[in-house]
Design a protein around this ligand. Structure first.
Ligand SMILES: [Fe+2]
Ligand SMILES: [Fe+2]
Length: 133
């Protein structure tokens, strides 16, 4: 299960690991909501999840970027570009008619977070492991 944290996901910086773990938690909540088949209205939960995801994203990216700046990390520009793309994608998701397209929106959010974890955290973030402390 992709939303289960494993020790080898650790980047070796306590605060970053804590923030990434929080993302895994949000991912688990999104997964649970996306796989519910109760035919009920989940608009309020979708909005709440989108809001916590957005707050988390903005906070975490800012935190990571200031650390990379502090250590003059070489690949900071490419890394920031990826962060910006994630924010753009989130803005696109939010711009849909969420109420009318609940299933589509929750699957888009799930896709967003799976992508973020598998390609960004375990790929791009790992490149600064040991360089940024
Ligand atoms: Fe990260
Ligand atoms: Fe990152």
């Amino acid at each position: 299960m992709i939303f289960k944290w494993k020790d080898n996901f650790s980047i070796g910086i306590e605060e970053i690991d804590r923030q990434h773990k929080r993302l895994f938690e949000i991912g688990g909540e999104i997964y649970n909501l996306a796989t519910l088949k109760d035919g009920q209205d989940h608009y309020d939960e979708i909005i709440a999840l989108l809001n916590s995801l957005k707050d988390y994203t903005v906070y975490h990216f800012g935190f990571e970027e200031s650390l990379m700046e502090k250590y003059n990390y070489d690949d900071i520009d490419k890394h920031k570009q990826q962060h910006d793309k994630f924010i753009e994608k989130l803005v696109e998701i939010e711009a849909q008619d969420i109420d009318a397209r609940q299933k589509k929106v929750i699957l888009d959010i799930l896709d967003f977070i799976v992508n973020w974890i598998s390609s960004h955290i375990l790929g791009t973030d790992f490149k600064y492991k040991g360089i940024v402390r």
